[in-house]
Design a protein around this ligand. Structure first.
Ligand code: UAG
Ligand code: ATP
Ligand code: API
Ligand code: MG
Length: 493
């Protein structure tokens, strides 16, 4: 691709020399991946500044580079100076792949909890409609039946546009993606042409990254503020907003596009009425502007009613028939690692779930408690190098709802696991509740299984679908589901 053509994407810039009409073979943000002919974009990261690797990129044959500050380098290549290289990278990546998001409907889901679940519910609905979706999020990238591993819930702009391009080549009918607050804030999704934005909810998480809850909400609001106005092209855009969440007003005011609200408690465009919760699943009347249907699914818990309303809202905005939505929701299998039962024929229940915030843990524990015939055990920890202030809150929720809490390690990353557990539990007193601290996660799971008696429930929270544990900077194989199965078998022997 010609450099001049690529630069059309960013419009305003200064150059060290007039731009020659040179050929660019690819866009790169990592000097280690630069090839002769690459356009290298210097990104100021959290650990290092990409500007420090410009010389390396030039030595490896970069044809041009995008910078945001002066750098002393030797080598005669055009240096293109912009204010924000993160956003420039997003526009250059979109330009390089010929603006893929203008070529299919793009649905973005943001919120603290429920993003992955909502994307998979929507995937199931579109599949029932006979359409092929691309899905991008925490578990994987999925194109129809093919899946690919991911590092981030929302990949960086370069990777993201590459994935979009691949999805477009494979003729996906629409793309459904999780949009994390980090991605919105860092400009990873800058320039993406969303057709529908969905808001699930806002509660405490990521206060290691965001200054406070207002800053976190401001990042989320960018998805709705960024719903571009394409009315002149006959393209309608929608914000699907959870009316029952305290942040709904601000988010409704953040967009200039059509809003569809959903609620379980009050008047809204899409409502769940006569909700019946049971250990076998939830049933409710889905009341919508295009009619009312009764839904009876195997999904557990009030929080999943919200996820189903969010997915239904986006499906309705995408002109999917109500009977298709009903059939899909009634036959959904549930999502990997979300309230996933582990059944080895034991007479107590074991559930693996991805709750890793105070609010999600409260939701799943509340649901477990409602249906428990006897005791509820919870095995839970907190991730290292993540929001420290959520640690005591998660422990509070655990001791409030569970009859016995086993606090253990999640992904300690570069932190000391004992310190993380101390952050969680140092304020708790033995009189308040019964709890134990077992640093080794395998031991904690095995201990819970040993303690459980007939009709008890063990909730193993925080890692869900993850098949690894991150200790230091290394990933080790680790799967809560596999360990729970082994523990149940050992107990039966
Ligand atoms: C805090 C954060 O989000 N960091 C992300 C960021 O890493 P970073 O800022 O540390 O990057 P860096 O290593 O300092 O490098 C800066 C630049 O120098 C370049 N570089 C670096 C070394 C070198 O030799 N040459 C070189 O050119 C790098 O390629 C990069 O362009 O950019 C990386 C590449 O895009 C991301 O993978 C990384 O996510 C890390 C792994 C992470 O843990 N992120 C979490 C917090 C996150 O984003 N989570 C959200 C989901 C949360 C949720 O689901 O609720 C997500 O969307 O995943
Ligand atoms: N709507 C909801 N409200 C509150 N809690 C929820 C909701 N949906 C799911 N949960 C809980 O949150 C956990 C994570 O759900 P899910 O993976 O769908 O969220 P996510 O927003 O994608 O999370 P992440 O930020 O890690 O990507 C589930 O395992 C469940 O415990
Ligand atoms: N997307 C979330 C996932 C957290 C999962 C939990 N197991 C942890 O490691 O804290 C994050 O990166 O903050
Ligand atoms: Mg997710």
């Amino acid at each position: 691709m010609r450099l001049k053509e690529l630069l059309d994407g960013i419009e305003f810039y200064q150059t060290s020399e007039s731009i020659k009409d040179i050929n660019i073979v690819n866009v790169e943000m990592d000097s280690r991946k630069v090839e002769p002919g690459s356009l290298f974009v210097c990104i100021e990261g959290y650990t290092v500044d990409g500007h420090n690797f410009l010389q390396q990129a030039i030595d490896k044959g970069a044809a041009a580079a995008v910078i945001s500050r002066d750098v002393n380098v030797s080598g005669d290549i055009p240096l293109i100076r912009v204010r924000d290289t993160g956003r420039a990278l997003a526009m250059l990546s979109a330009a390089y792949y010929d603006y893929p998001t203008t070529k299919f409907p793009l649905i973005g889901v943001t919120g603290t909890n429920g993003k992955t679940t909502t994307t998979y519910l929507l995937d199931t609905i579109f599949e029932k409609q006979g359409k092929k979706s691309g899905v991008i999020g925490s578990i994987q990238v999925k194109i129809g039946d093919e899946t690919f591993p991911v590092n981030n819930t929302t990949p960086d702009a370069l990777e993201l546009n590459r994935i979009f391009h691949q999805m477009q080549k494979k003729e996906t009918d629409q793309v459904i993606m999780e949009v994390s607050s980090h991605a919105l804030d860092m400009g990873r999704v800058f320039g993406c042409d969303y057709d529908i934005g969905i808001f699930t909810n806002l509660s405490q998480d990521h206060l290691d990254y965001h200054k406070d809850m207002d800053d976190y909400l401001r990042a989320k609001s960018l998805l709705f503020a960024g719903l571009g106005n394409d009315y002149h092209q006959g393209k309608k855009k929608y914000a699907i907003i959870n009316e029952d969440d305290a942040s709904s007003d601000l988010l409704k005011r953040s967009t200039a596009q059509q809003v569809l609200t959903y609620s379980c408690k009050q008047d809204a465009d899409i409502m769940a009425k006569n909700i019946m919760l049971s250990p076998a699943g939830v049933a409710f009347n889905l009341v919508t502007p295009i009619g009312t249907v009764h839904i009876k699914t195997g999904l557990i818990g009030m929080f999943n009613v919200y996820n189903m309303l969010a997915a239904s809202g986006a499906a309705i905005a995408s002109k999917v028939d109500l009977d298709v939505i009903k059939e899909a929701l009634e036959n959904t299998k549930g999502v990997d690692g979300r309230f996933e039962p582990i059944n080895e024929g034991q007479d107590f229940s074991v559930i693996v779930d991805f709750a890793h915030t105070p609010d999600s843990l409260e939701n799943v524990l509340q649901s477990s408690k409602e249906f428990a015939e006897r005791k509820v055990y919870v095995v839970v920890g907190c991730g290292g190098d993540r929001d420290r202030t959520k640690r005591p809150l998660m422990a509070d929720v655990a001791v409030k709802y569970a009859d016995h809490a086993l606090f253990t390690s999640d992904n300690p990353r570069t932190e000391d696991p004992v310190q993380i557990l101390d952050d969680m539990t140092s304020h708790l007193t033995e009189e308040e509740a019964t709890f134990e601290v077992i640093v080794d996660r395998t031991e904690a799971i095995k201990h819970a299984v040993k303690l459980a008696q007939k009709d008890d429930i063990i909730l193993i929270a925080g890692k869900g679908h993850e098949t690894y544990q991150i200790i230091g900077k290394k990933k080790f194989d680790f799967d809560d589901r596999q360990i729970a199965r082994e523990a149940i078998k050992e107990k039966g022997e």
